[in-house]
Ligand binder design. Sequence first.
Ligand SMILES: Cc1cc2nc3c(=O)[nH]c(=O)nc-3n(C[C@H](O)[C@H](O)[C@H](O)COP(=O)(O)OP(=O)(O)OC[C@H]3O[C@@H](n4cnc5c(N)ncnc54)[C@H](O)[C@@H]3O)c2cc1C
Length: 451
Amino acid sequence: MDLTTGKMLWQESYKNPPVYPSLGENISCDVVVFGGGEAGALCAYYLSEHGMDTVLVEKRKIASGSTGANTGLLQVSNDMPLHQMIDVHGQDDAVRFYRLCRTALDDLESLVRSLGNPFGNHASDPDGDPVGGSLTESAGESVGSASEFVRRESLYFASKAADVKHIMDEYDSLSKHGFAVRKLNKQELADQYGLQKEAGLVTTGDAEFNPYRLTHALVDHSARKNVRVYEDTEVASFHFRGQAPTFRTTQGNVIRAKQAVFCMGYETQDYEKTPGAVLTSSYAMATEPIEESLLWKERCLIWETARPYLYLRTTRDNRVIVGGLDGNAPYGRERDEHVFDRTEQLYAEMVALFPVLSGARVDFRWAATFGNSQDGVPFIGRHPAYPNCYLALGYGGNGTVYYVIAAKVIRDMIRKASNLAWAEALLQPNRLRWDKALVQKIEHLFTPGRS
Ligand SMILES: Cc1cc2nc3c(=O)[nH]c(=O)nc-3n(C[C@H](O)[C@H](O)[C@H](O)COP(=O)(O)OP(=O)(O)OC[C@H]3O[C@@H](n4cnc5c(N)ncnc54)[C@H](O)[C@@H]3O)c2cc1C
C-alpha cells in the first residue's frame, strides 16, 4: 500500500535519523513487534521496559509509514464526542475511554521527559515551552531531545449555527464527568480568538508533538537498551509450533517468538480485514514560518463539529498546519491527484477563519491513507484467530493517544495482568463482527468518525 504522497513536514526536521540493520539470521525472542511506526515504537518501548526480550521488525525504515504524515495533535476528546460515545457504548465505557485518553496524554508526557529534556522546561509552563528542543536540527542534538511535546488547550467550534446544540450537549457531558471544559459564546469567540462562529468549547489537557522525531527517539532509546531493531525486513508468512508463532521474512530468515504484536498500521487491512475499520484518505498542509504575533490566542489546537473536520495547529517554528478534507479513496491516483486542490482548499479555509494569515506561503502539502473505526474506539487486543498474537490498530484522528493505550493494554495482556475484562470487551478487534447490537446501534444513530 502506498501510504503517503507529497512533501511532508516532519522529515525536514530530522534529516539523518539512526539506521538499523536488516535481519540476516534466524532469531528467537519473547515478543516480536511488527511495524516501526509510532505504534510499534510505543509497544516495543513498553514491553522492553518491563523486562521482555523484544524484537522490532520494520519492512521499510523507522517512521516512514503513516507516522510521517501524522499532524501531531494529541487530544482527550475524540472524533466521536463524549455525548455520542455514551449513546454508542454506554456511559461507563464511554467515560472510561475518555479518561484513558486523558491518562495516555500524561503517560506520553512522562515518557518524553524520561527520554531526555536537556532544556529543563516544564511542559505545563504557561508559555507552552516544549518538553524537548526546537524543530530545527542542530549538530550533536540527541534524538530524544526534540519530540516538541507542548501542552495546549483545544478549541472546538460549531461549524454552523445548527451545531450549537452539539456544542452544548458536549459541554454538558464533559463537565458532568469531570473533564476540564469551558464554553464560549459568539462574542467571546470573536473577542478572544477573532473567530466568527456561534459557539465553542475550550478543553484542557491536550498537546502537540512531532511524531516522526518521537518515534525515532523511542526506537533509538529502546535499541540502546536491549531491543533488537531491524529495518528493511518484511514478515511474509507465519505458522504455529504449538501455541508459539514462527515468522519467516521475505529474505527467508525465521523469527521464533513466544508472543507477537502486529503494529502494521493501515496496511494490516491488506492482510486481513478488521470489521468496522474504514480506510479513507486525508490531506494536510503547512505554511512557512509566520510572524508569531499573527497567530491566534495561545496557539491552541483548533477543530470543529463538522465531519470530516478541519483542524489547525502551530509548530515550534511558527508554521501553521491545517488538515482535513478527507476523501473516499485511501490510496492511488484518485487520492494523489487531489493533493494540490485539496490543500488549496485547506488554505482557503484557514484564511476564512483567520484573514490575517492571507498571503502566507505554503511550504508543505501531503496526502495519506487514513483509517477510522465505525464505533469510535480503536482495535486493540488479542488477535481473534491466532494464539499469542495481538493487534494494535489505533484507527482514528487521535491515533497516537490510542497507541499509548494499546502499548499498555497489550503489555498487560502479555503479562496476564488482571482487570482487563473492560479492554477485552470495549477494544476487542473483532467486536464489530460478533456484537450485532453494537452494529445496529451505530447504523441507527449515525456514521461516526471523519468520513
Ligand atoms: C494526514 C494524517 C494526519 C494525522 N494526524 C493525526 C494527529 O494529529 N494525531 C494523531 O494522534 N493521529 C493522527 N493521524 C493518525 C496517525 O498517523 C496514525 O494513527 C499513526 O501515526 C500511524 O502509526 P502506525 O504505527 O499505526 O502506522 P505506520 O506509521 O504506518 O507504521 C506501520 C509500519 O508497519 C510496517 N509494515 C507493514 N507491513 C509490514 C510487514 N509485513 N513487516 C514488517 N513491517 C511492516 C510499515 O512499513 C510501517 O512503517 C493522522 C494520520 C494521517 C494520515
